[in-house]
Design a protein around this ligand. Structure first.
Ligand code: NOJ
Ligand code: CA
Length: 554
C-alpha cells in the first residue's frame, strides 16, 4: 500500500502547536469560599497547570455580567465582575501565568451583550430609528398591531429569537433580536459604532498583555440582509445546523471583521492569537475563518462531534489536516468544553443526545462510566499525538464524567428554563472541580459551598487522589503532554498505517499511534514497544477501547 503522508501547515508561531487548557472560572478554584470560582483561585492553582504541562490557558468570561448565561452576557467589556475579583486580580493572574511560561487567552463575546449593558439600556430609552437602537437589531413587529415577531427564527436556547419591548411611553413597541437568551441582545455589526467599540475592547485587553482571544459565536455576527424566515432542519444541531445557508450563521460578511482584527493584533508584539468558536456544517467552511489574514485557529467541532467509530475518526483527522492545512492553518483538536457533554460520558452514550440536551436524572439509559472513561482516555491518547493545537477542558485530565444527577432545583443553564425542562442543558459539564479531600467541596474551596452540587463519587477523581498514582488519568495526561512536547508532535507530518478493521493507526516520525475502536483485540506488529498506553495491554494485544503510542525495534 502506498504511504499516505499528511503535512501540518508549517510555521513557528506558538499557537500552531499549543496545548490550551480551558478554565471555566466559576468552577475552577474558589479563593474566597462563596461557592463560585474566581481569579485569585486561578492564580493559586497555576502550579498544577504547569505540572500538567499546558502551554496556555483560555478563560471563559469573567467580565461584569448579570450571569444570566454564566458570563456570556457581558455588561461591561472592560472590567472584571466582582464575583471573580478585580482588574488587579486579573493582572496578578496574568503575570503569574506568564512567569510560568503559560500564555493567557481571554473570551471575547462580540455577537451580543447583556441587556444590562449601557448601550442596550440607552437603546431601550431611545426612540425607534435612533442611533442608540441602531447598535442592536430592533425591528417593528408584523401584523396590524406589530404584535407578531419580525420573522420566525428560533433561539438556540429554545423559544423565539425576538422579544418585544415596552416603549418609554408605556406602549408595546419594537422587537429586538437575540440568538440566545432574551438577556443577550445581538449587536448590529453593520454599524460602524459597534466595530469601533470592539476595536477598543481588543486593545484594552491586548494592552494588559493577553496573548489572544477566543471569539464567541464567531459565525453569527452578520445576519442575512432582510432577515428572511428560516426553519431549521429538526435533525440539525442548535449551534449551527447542517445546512449551508442559515441566515444567521456563517454569512460571508463576518470575514472582513476578522481581517480588521487580524491587522489590529498584528500591531502588537508577541504573536497574539484569535481563535474562532464557529459551529459550521463542514471543515472546509470552518477553514475560511483561518485564512492567512483572518483568525489563527478555529475549534474543530467536526472532530469533537465524531462518534466512537474508527472509520469516522480516521476520516475526520484526514479531512481536518487537509482543510486547515489547505489554508496554511494548523488544525485544532478538541473533545470537551463547557457546552457539550464531557467526553468521558459522551463517548459511551447509546442514545441520541443533540447538543445542549445534556444528561439528567430522567435520561435513560445513562452512559456507562467505565466504558466512557476507557474511551475518553483512548481518544485523548490519539488527540495529543496529532499535529496542530489541542484544547483541553478543565477536569478532563481527571477523567471527570458528566454530572448526571443534578436535581432540577439547582439547574442554571438558560436552556433548561427556556425549554421548560425539556432539555437539561449544559450544567452537567460545569460542576466545580474536585481538588482534594473526601467531602464536598473537595478542595474547590474550604467552605464546602459550590454553585452546582458535586457528585459524591467525585472524591475519587480529585487531583490529589490521582497525583502520582500509576495509571490514573491525571498521570496519563502528564505523560502524554510530556511526550508530545519532547517529540515535537505538535508539528510535522502524519503517515497513515493500517492495522485492520476497527482501528485508527498512523505514524509520527518513528512514533506509532494505534487505537482500537472495534469489537475485538488487535495485535500490534512484532517488535512493538509501548511508550504510553491509555489502558493495560495483554502482551502485544491492543484491547478494545484502548490506544497506544509505540515504537518498533529496528
Ligand atoms: C457559546 C458559548 O460557548 C456558550 O456557553 C454561550 O452560551 C453561547 N456562545 C452564547 O454566548
Ligand atoms: Ca469565589
Amino acid at each position: 500500500m502506498a504511504e499516505i503522508e499528511q503535512q501540518s501547515a508549517p510555521g513557528s508561531e506558538w499557537w500552531r502547536t499549543a496545548v490550551i487548557y480551558q478554565i471555566y472560572p466559576r468552577s475552577f478554584a474558589d479563593a474566597n469560599g462563596d461557592g463560585i470560582g474566581d481569579l485569585p483561585g486561578i492564580t493559586s492553582r497555576l502550579d498544577a497547570l504547569s505540572e500538567l504541562g499546558v502551554d496556555a490557558i483560555w478563560l471563559s468570561p469573567f467580565m461584569p455580567s448579570p450571569q444570566k448565561d454564566a458570563g456570556y452576557d457581558v455588561s461591561d467589556y472592560r472590567g472584571v465582575d466582582p464575583l471573580f475579583g478585580t482588574l488587579d486580580d486579573f493582572d496578578t493572574m496574568l503575570a503569574a501565568a506568564h512567569e510560568r511560561g503559560i500564555r493567557v487567552i481571554v473570551d471575547l463575546v462580540p455577537n451580543h451583550s447583556s441587556d444590562q449593558h449601557r448601550w442596550f439600556q440607552d437603546a431601550l430609552k431611545a426612540a425607534p430609528g435612533s442611533p442608540e437602537r441602531a447598535r442592536y437589531i430592533f425591528r417593528d413587529g408584523k401584523g396590524p398591531h406589530g404584535d407578531l415577531p419580525p420573522n420566525n427564527w428560533e433561539s438556540v436556547f429554545g423559544g423565539g429569537m425576538w422579544t418585544r419591548v415596552t416603549e418609554p411611553d408605556g406602549t408595546p413597541g419594537q422587537w429586538y433580536l437575540h440568538i440566545f437568551d432574551t438577556s443577550q441582545p445581538d449587536f448590529d455589526w453593520t454599524n460602524p459604532d459597534v466595530r469601533e467599540e470592539f476595536r477598543g475592547v481588543l486593545r484594552f485587553w491586548l494592552d494588559r498583555g493577553v496573548d489572544g482571544f477566543r471569539v464567541d459565536v464567531a459565525h453569527g455576527l452578520i445576519k442575512k440582509d432582510g432577515l428572511p424566515d428560516y426553519t431549521p432542519d429538526p435533525e440539525g444541531g442548535s449551534m449551527g445546523g447542517d445546512e449551508d445557508d442559515v441566515p444567521y450563521w456563517g454569512q460571508s460578511g463576518v470575514h472582513e471583521i476578522y481581517r480588521d482584527w487580524h491587522a489590529l493584533l498584528a500591531e502588537y508584539p508577541g504573536e497574539r492569537a484569535l481563535c474562532a468558536e464557529a459551529w459550521l456544517p463542514t471543515l472546509e467552511k470552518t477553514a475560511l475563518w483561518v485564512r492567512p489574514d483572518e483568525m489563527n485557529q478555529a475549534f474543530n467541532f467536526g472532530y469533537l462531534m465524531t462518534p466512537w467509530d474508527a472509520e469516522e475518526l480516521s476520516t475526520v483527522i484526514r479531512e481536518s489536516l487537509d482543510a486547515f492545512g489547505g489554508v496554511g492553518a494548523p488544525s485544532t483538536w478538541v473533545l470537551s468544553n463547557h457546552d457539550v457533554i464531557r467526553h468521558a460520558s459522551r463517548l459511551a452514550l447509546t442514545v441520541e443526545s443533540p447538543q445542549g440536551d445534556g444528561i439528567g436524572p430522567r435520561t435513560e439509559p445513562k452512559p456507562d462510566r467505565a466504558l466512557g472513561l476507557a474511551r475518553a482516555r483512548a481518544a485523548t491518547t490519539v488527540m495529543l499525538s496529532l499535529p496542530g493545537s489541542a484544547y483541553l477542558y478543565q477536569g478532563e485530565e481527571l477523567g471527570l464524567p458528566e454530572a448526571m444527577e443534578i436535581p432540577d432545583e439547582f439547574r442554571q443553564d438558560p436552556t433548561w428554563f427556556r425549554t421548560k425542562g425539556a432539555r437539561y442543558g449544559r450544567d452537567g459539564c460545569r460542576v466545580p472541580l474536585p481538588w482534594s479531600g473526601t467531602s464536598p467541596s473537595y478542595g474547590f474551596n474550604d467552605t464546602g459551598a459550590s454553585w452546582l452540587p458535586q457528585p459524591a463519587e467525585w472524591a475519587e477523581y480529585a487531583r490529589a487522589a490521582e497525583e502520582g498514582v500509576d495509571g490514573s488519568t491525571l498521570e496519563l495526561y502528564k505523560e502524554l503532554l510530556r511526550g508530545r512536547a519532547e517529540r515535537g508532535l505538535g508539528s510535522g507530518s502524519l503517515v497513515w498505517e493500517d492495522l485492520g478493521r476497527g482501528t485508527v493507526a498512523f505514524r509520527r516520525g518513528d512514533l506509532h499511534v494505534a487505537a482500537n475502536l472495534g469489537e475485538v483485540p488487535v495485535a500490534l506488529p512484532a517488535g512493538a514497544s509501548v511508550v504510553v498506553g491509555s489502558g493495560p495491554l495483554t502482551g502485544r494485544e491492543l484491547p478494545v477501547d484502548t490506544a497506544v503510542w509505540y515504537t518498533l525495534a529496528d
